[in-house]
Ligand binder design. Structure first.
Ligand SMILES: [Zn+2]
Length: 279
């Protein structure tokens, strides 16, 4: 793996500058150059004073804390082996996590403001296999309309932002229930939850507030109970129920329908951002 070259950097860097430099200098060259593109910088492969300054400004704008406390918190959240001699150290793996977090944050499709719907991250990611948005369902005749966050039945679920419950709880799938919350710029449907919820249609919710619990799926074989989270961006003239017939459904790029309203969007990049802000 080749890494970027440092050029003309001062020797008396502050702690935050040292952390920024550790992230940049541990990145794979291709990833580093993608970051330079994001920052509209030329001279691929080289970390100079301008790259370092712009990177620190970018992290500040994205609310990524480069102080030792911020780095330790980032490593803890992402379970980056932050103990013993590794405590506070930014190596290639940690740099890689920063890279993906930054890309998710600058991705215009990500909803920046919000928190993760659980107090800790699930052991299984929400980006691969059948947990991923758009994965096949029903023998490939429809596409998965959300991300699956695996947690045991009964785990507390938290509102991702302030909002108001617009529907539910109502029966959803395999003995579980769903709750729809209008969070202002977007709607989240919290699915596969228990029938008993802390809030109901009309309730105001605050970001981070416990609203429901993970339900238990019955009569189907799944690796785990879960929160199935769907996101709608309220774009266009979308109205009516979130579940939609095939003829009017949002479709995957290859035409496979989600059987959902047209304003359904992929929640992955938003979850990738919210994971850095646990309730
Ligand atoms: Zn699902």
């Amino acid at each position: 793996m080749s890494t970027p070259t440092q050029q003309n950097l001062p020797t008396n860097l502050s702690v935050n500058q040292q952390n920024a430099l550790a992230i940049l200098s541990n990145l794979d060259l291709d990833e580093f150059n993608q970051l330079k593109d994001v920052m509209n910088l030329g001279v691929p492969g080289v970390i100079g004073p301008e790259t370092l300054a712009k990177f620190i400004a970018l992290c500040s704008r994205l609310k990524l804390d480069l102080t030792p406390a911020g780095v330790n918190s980032f490593k803890d959240i992402h379970r980056l082996g932050n103990t013993g001699p590794q405590h506070g150290v930014i190596g290639p793996t940690t740099a890689e996590f920063y890279f993906h977090t930054i890309l998710a944050l600058v991705d215009r499709t990500a909803i920046a403001e919000g928190c993760f719907p659980f107090k800790k991250l699930p052991n299984a990611d929400w980006t691969s296999g059948s947990r991923a948005f758009g994965s096949n369902r029903s023998n490939g005749t429809r596409a998965h309309a959300g991300c699956d966050l695996y947690f045991p039945s009964g785990t507390a679920i938290h509102a991702v932002r302030d909002g108001r419950v617009t529907r539910g709880p109502y029966a959803f799938f395999a003995g579980t229930f769903a709750l729809e919350v209008d969070h202002g710029d977007f709607i989240v449907r919290y699915c596969e939850i228990q029938e008993a919820t802390k809030v109901k249609e009309g309730s105001k919710v605050e970001q981070g507030q416990e609203i429901a619990r993970v339900g238990h799926l019955m009569g189907i074989v799944v690796p785990s109970d879960m929160l199935h989270l769907e996101l709608y961006d309220k774009s266009g003239d979308a109205s009516g129920g979130l579940t939609a017939k095939k003829a009017v459904s949002k479709r995957r790029a290859d035409g496979i329908p989600f059987l959902r309203r047209k304003d359904l969007v992929d929640p992955t990049s938003s979850l990738d951002v919210w994971m850095n802000n646990l309730p």
